[in-house]
Design a protein around this ligand. Structure first.
Ligand SMILES: NC(=O)C1=CN([C@@H]2O[C@H](COP(=O)(O)OP(=O)(O)OC[C@H]3O[C@@H](n4cnc5c(N)ncnc54)[C@H](O)[C@@H]3O)[C@@H](O)[C@H]2O)C=CC1
Length: 388
């Protein structure tokens, strides 16, 4: 089913959202309050602390509205959302209850633009949105579990705050290099955080993540400081489109900041496995030498593959132990070594780096439609997405 929202409906919906935006926090809090009073049995589907959750709903609505004119992208986005909701235990019968409370919150917080006509437009759009999500979830249920259990088989502290964690999923887990997944730990039930896969799919079925413990990052801190081999976490389905385009032979310009090097390493392995020598230039940035926790193994890859070049970039290099380290911030280093017009761009790291990195790549000749990175909204939204 395609998610085509009529243009008049889209205008009415946009008007409501514009009115709500300055009060989005209060409106979403009101929505959840309505939902949990009217449908107390749904409370168990959500985390105990709702802080990050509140933001998610509004962002998802905004994204859906922004994509209203692009039927294919919108349908794909909603289908992904529907598949992603399976791990929360969402069922088709939950959607009408959620819709009713959503309309209640909109009417309350957008009184100026609310009318019978606006309500009808929202009902039509919500029905369409939920049907796409429900259909995608049902289709996904034919071929994949709602989540995977995965046992930690090794846990290596590379710095006091960064761990490389390797897991064995209980069932085959198909994904592509450059993608990410969501992880729930036994210590924070129903709190899911995103981590990128740190290697391309392996023949032994093991997967790994680079996780950095950040202040107030509950899941990351638990994974770095508490998790041990033998512990079992849950994985959601793979997501993300920062994957290698194997149809072209263009070079890959990969920019990884901090633990953002994790998916870049996966991309390098993917290129190596496909056996076609394409130039791959990696810029790997960190605040100090000490934070270049994966440099040794990236350098080993460089020695194995003549098409690969790895350049470390350190924000404060005085006294750097590495001879070839470039000083400064990643986007500046990339720009200085351009032009890069023959390359596809891959960016992975903190949101500020991705924003500035995108500008640097465009200024260095990479066409904007050949730059790939994960959604900034997702990166910012998940807050502690520190890892990979
Ligand atoms: N798929 C993805 O995009 C992934 C993103 N991440 C994100 O990467 C981050 C990693 O955190 P840390 O290791 O603490 O990295 P960090 O904050 O130490 O940054 C690493 C490097 O990125 C560059 N950088 C950082 N902020 C910048 C800015 N505003 N403008 C220009 N350059 C900037 C600098 O060169 C810096 O040395 C987290 O925010 C995490 O969520 C991590 C893994 C995958």
């Amino acid at each position: 089913m395609a998610a085509a929202v009529g243009s008049h409906d889209a205008t009415l919906i946009r008007r409501t959202l514009d009115e709500i935006e300055p009060h989005a926090d209060a409106a979403t809090a009101y929505f959840y309050a309505l939902l949990f009073v009217q449908q107390p049995q749904l409370r168990d589907l959500f985390p105990i602390s709702m802080d990050a959750q509140r933001d998610r709903l509004f962002r998802a609505l905004l994204t859906a509205v922004r994509l209203a004119d692009e039927v294919e992208t919108l349908t794909e986005y909603l289908a992904g959302l529907g598949r992603g909701h399976r791990k929360y235990g969402t069922l088709p019968e939950h959607y009408p209850a959620v819709g009713e409370c959503l309309l209640g919150a909109l009417a309350e917080y957008a009184p100026e633009s609310w009318s019978q006509e606006a309500e009808d437009a929202w009902v039509r759009a919500y029905t369409l949105i939920s049907q796409v999500m429900i259909d995608a979830a049902a289709e996904d249920a034919q071929r994949a579990p709602a989540w995977w259990n995965a046992q930690i088989v090794s846990h290596e502290l590379r710095t006091p705050q960064i761990a490389v964690i390797t897991l064995r999923p209980d069932q085959p887990y198909p994904f592509l290099a450059g993608q990410y997944t969501s992880v729930e730990t036994p210590w924070w039930p129903r709190v899911w955080r995103h981590y990128s896969f740190a290697s391309s799919p392996r023949s032994d079925g093991l997967i790994s993540f680079h996780v950095k413990a950040v202040p107030a990052g509950w899941v990351s801190t638990a994974l770095v400081h508490r998790a041990r081999p033998g512990d079992v976490v849950r994985l959601g389905p793979p997501a993300g489109s920062m994957t290698v385009d194997h149809v072209t032979d263009s070079g890959l310009l990969c920019v990884g900041g901090g633990t953002g090097i994790a998916p870049i390493r996966a991309l390098v392995e993917d290129v190596a496995e496909h056996g076609r020598a394409r130039p791959v230039e990696v810029f790997y940035g960190a605040r100090s030498d000490h934070d270049l926790y994966d440099l040794d193994s990236m350098m080993r890859l460089e020695q194995q593959h003549r098409w690969l070049s790895v350049r470390p970039v350190v924000a404060s290099p005085p006294g750097s132990a590495f001879a070839n380290v470039l000083p400064g911030q990643l986007p500046d280093a990339v720009r200085q070594h351009g032009p890069w017009s023959a390359y596809d761009g891959y960016l992975s790291g903190p949101p500020g780096m991705i924003r500035r990195g995108r500008d640097a790549l465009v200024a260095s000749g990479v066409s904007a439609d050949r730059i790939r990175h994960d959604s900034l909204a997702e990166l910012i939204n998940s807050g502690e997405r520190t890892p990979g």
